[in-house]
Ligand binder design. Structure first.
Ligand SMILES: [Zn+2]
Length: 491
C-alpha cells in the first residue's frame, strides 16, 4: 500500500469556496453554497412562496369548509370530515420540528436521554452565576465603549435595547426567523451609523463588533442549539462519524505535516486546542476568532514541515485532519450558530470568512469521506470502518510518522520488554541446564568414588605391637648413647 501516491481525493478549487451566484463573496454549505446575502434573497423568495402556498391552502380549506357547511345542513357527517383534515394539517405543521429530534432516540433510551437533555439545559447554579457575571461585564464594557461614540452611541444603545426587548417576546419564532431578525438588525444599525450619523466605515465596523458582542451574549442561551432544531442530532451524528474515522492517518489525507518535528507537533496541538475552545465562546465573532487562530497554526505547521509557505491545497486536508483528531464538541451547533447570528459581513469576506468557509467544507468532506478520497481500496476502507483491523496493525513493522511521540515511545518500550522477556527465558533455561549439569556431575563423582571404593575396599588390619609401645621393648636400647647430662661451667 503506497500511501505517498499523488493527491487524489481531497482537493477543492478555490472558486468552489465562493458563492454559487458568482457575486464574489464566500459561500457556505449551510446556505446551500450561496453567500449570506444571496442566501437571504433565495430564502426570502422561498419563504414568500411558502407563505403564498399556505395562504392559498388556508383559503381553499376555508372554501371547502363553507361549502361543506352549506351542504351539511342536510348531511351532518361531511363537515366534521373536512374540519378534521384541516386540524390534521395544522398539528402536523406544529409537531414536525419536534418529532425529528424525538425520533432520534429509540423508545428504550428515550427516558434517559430526555433526562440528560433536561440536565444539560438547566446548568448548575455556578455556571449560571458565571454566565450572568459575564453578561454584566459585557454590558458594562458595551456602555463604556458606546459612550465614546457620543450621540450615535446613544442611538445604538437605544436600538439594541429595543431589539433585545422585541426578540424576548418572539422566542417562539423559528430559529431561521430569529436569525433573520438579528441579520436585519445588524443591517439597520450599520446603515443608520453610516447614513444618518455619517460615522466612518472603520468606526462602523468596530461598533458593529461591539453590538454583536452585546446582543449575542444576552441571546446565547436561547438561540444556541435550540430544542426546536435538529442541531443536537447533527452534532451527535458528526461526533459519531469522526469517532468511526479514528484510524485515518495523515498519509491517507495527503497532509503535508510531519509531527516528528517537535515544533510542528506543538502547532498541531495548539490548532486542536483552538478548535475545541470554539465551543466555550458565546459571541459568534469570538468563535470565528478560534477558527482563525486554529487555521493559522495549521499554516505554520505546514510551513515548518515543507520549509515553504503553505498553499490552499495543503490547508483543507490538514484542517480535516485536525478536526478528525480533535473531534470538537457541538461542531454543527457552533457552525449553525455562527451562520445564523454572526454579523454577515464577517462571513462573506476577509480571513475569518475564508477560514470559516473552509471549516464548513472540512465538515462536509468528513461526512462523505470514502475509500477513494483516502487512497484506499473499498475492502480496506470497510475493514477499517468496521474495526476489523487498523492500518497501524497492518504496518506495525514500520512506524507511520503520524504516530505521536508517546505512542512511539510506548511501542519501543514494549519492544524492549519483549526482548527482556526473551532474555530472561533464556537465562532461566540455562540456569536449569546448569542445575542439571551440577546434579549430573555430583552423581558422576559419587559413582566414581563408589566404584573405586568397591574396587579397593578399605581393609582395617589388627593392631601392630610396634605401635603399642615405641620404647618398651626396643631390643637395641642399650646400643644408644647415654643421655646428655647438664653441666655447670664456672666463670
Ligand atoms: Zn452571493
Amino acid at each position: 500500500m503506497n500511501l505517498k501516491s499523488e493527491r487524489r481525493g481531497i482537493h477543492v478549487d478555490q472558486s468552489e469556496l465562493l458563492c454559487k451566484k458568482g457575486c464574489g463573496y464566500y459561500g457556505n454549505p449551510a446556505w446551500q453554497g450561496f453567500c449570506s446575502k444571496c442566501w437571504r434573497e433565495e430564502y426570502h423568495k422561498a419563504r414568500q412562496k411558502q407563505i403564498q402556498e399556505d395562504w392559498e391552502l388556508a383559503e381553499r380549506l376555508q372554501r371547502e369548509e363553507e361549502e361543506a357547511y352549506a351542504s351539511s345542513q342536510s348531511t351532518q357527517g361531511a363537515q366534521s370530515l373536512t374540519f378534521s383534515k384541516f386540524e390534521e394539517k395544522k398539528t402536523n405543521e406544529k409537531t414536525r420540528k419536534v418529532t425529528t429530534v424525538k425520533k432520534f432516540f429509540t423508545a428504550s433510551s428515550r427516558a434517559g436521554a430526555k433526562k440528560e437533555i433536561q440536565e444539560a439545559k438547566a446548568p448548575s447554579p455556578s455556571i449560571h452565576r458565571q454566565a450572568s457575571i459575564e453578561t454584566d461585564r459585557v454590558s458594562k464594557e458595551f456602555i463604556e465603549f458606546i459612550r465614546t461614540y457620543q450621540k450615535p452611541g446613544q442611538d445604538i444603545y437605544k436600538q439594541c435595547k429595543l431589539f433585545l426587548d422585541t426578540v424576548s417576546h418572539k422566542r417562539d419564532l423559528s430559529i431561521e426567523e430569529q436569525s433573520e431578525c438579528a441579520q436585519d438588525f445588524y443591517q439597520n444599525v450599520a446603515d443608520r451609523l453610516q447614513t444618518r450619523w455619517k460615522v466612518p466605515p472603520e468606526k462602523v465596523e468596530k461598533a458593529m463588533d461591539e453590538v454583536e458582542k452585546y446582543i449575542m451574549t444576552r441571546q446565547y442561551k436561547y438561540v444556541f442549539c435550540p430544542e426546536t432544531t435538529d442541531d443536537e442530532k447533527k452534532d451527535l451524528a458528526v461526533q459519531k462519524r469522526i469517532r468511526a474515522l479514528h484510524w485515518v492517518t495523515p498519509q491517507m489525507l495527503c497532509v503535508p505535516v510531519s509531527e516528528e518535528i517537535p515544533e510542528v507537533s506543538d502547532m498541531v496541538v495548539k490548532a486542536i486546542t483552538d478548535i475545541i475552545e470554539m465551543d466555550s465562546k458565546r459571541v459568534p465573532r469570538d468563535k470565528l476568532a478560534c477558527i482563525t487562530k486554529c487555521s493559522k497554526h495549521i499554516f505554520n505547521a505546514i510551513k515548518i514541515t515543507k520549509n515553504e509557505p503553505a498553499s490552499a491545497d495543503d490547508f483543507l486536508p490538514t484542517l480535516i485532519y485536525i478536526v478528525l483528531k480533535g473531534n470538537p464538541p457541538r461542531l454543527q451547533s457552533n457552525i449553525q450558530y455562527i451562520t445564523r447570528f454572526c454579523n454577515p459581513s464577517r462571513l462573506m469576506t476577509g480571513e475569518d470568512g475564508y477560514y470559516f468557509t473552509n471549516l464548513c467544507c472540512a465538515v462536509a468532506f468528513i461526512e462523505k469521506l470514502d475509500a477513494q478520497s483516502l487512497n484506499l481500496s473499498q475492502e480496506d476502507f470497510d475493514r477499517f470502518m468496521t474495526g476489523q483491523t487498523s492500518p497501524k496493525k497492518q504496518e506495525s513493522d514500520s512506524f507511520s510518522p503520524d504516530v505521536c511521540l508517546g505512542v512511539k515511545q510506548m511501542c519501543k518500550s514494549l519492544d524492549l520488554l519483549s526482548q527482556l522477556n526473551e532474555r530472561q527465558e533464556r537465562i532461566v533455561s540455562e540456569a536449569k541446564k546448569l542445575e542439571k549439569d551440577l546434579i549430573d556431575w555430583t552423581d558422576g563423582i559419587t559413582k566414581e568414588v563408589e566404584d573405586i571404593v568397591e574396587k579397593y575396599p578399605l581393609e582395617i588390619k589388627p593392631k601392630s605391637q610396634a605401635l603399642a609401645a615405641i620404647d618398651s621393648e626396643n631390643v637395641e636400647n642399650d646400643k644408644l648413647p647415654p643421655p646428655l647430662q647438664p653441666q655447670v661451667y664456672a666463670g
